[in-house]
Ligand binder design. Structure first.
Ligand SMILES: [Zn+2]
Ligand SMILES: [Zn+2]
Length: 79
């Protein structure tokens, strides 16, 4: 998958993470890794585990902290 933010700028950068909120792939420059507050409602989260594959707790914790920049901005505004 290519970074969504980079693709807007005509760049093809491989993603290193998936935004927990919108499910877009983001590269190292465009991810925001931060302890997120607990969100109301459901994440539109797509994990590799689940659906019969066991989730490792650490994996989920790691993924939970990745946001893309637009979602991070939106999150801050909603504090
Ligand atoms: Zn990028
Ligand atoms: Zn996002």
């Amino acid at each position: 998958m290519k970074c969504y933010e980079c693709s807007k700028n005509d760049k093809n950068t491989d993603t290193v993470a998936i935004c927990i909120v919108c499910g877009r792939g983001v590269c190292k420059q465009h991810l925001v890794r931060e302890d997120t507050p607990v969100w109301e409602g459901e994440y539109s989260i797509r994990l590799k585990c689940g659906m019969g594959v066991e989730c490792k707790y650490e994996d989920v914790q790691h993924i939970k902290k990745i946001l893309c920049i637009p979602c991070h901005e939106a999150l801050k505004e909603n504090y």
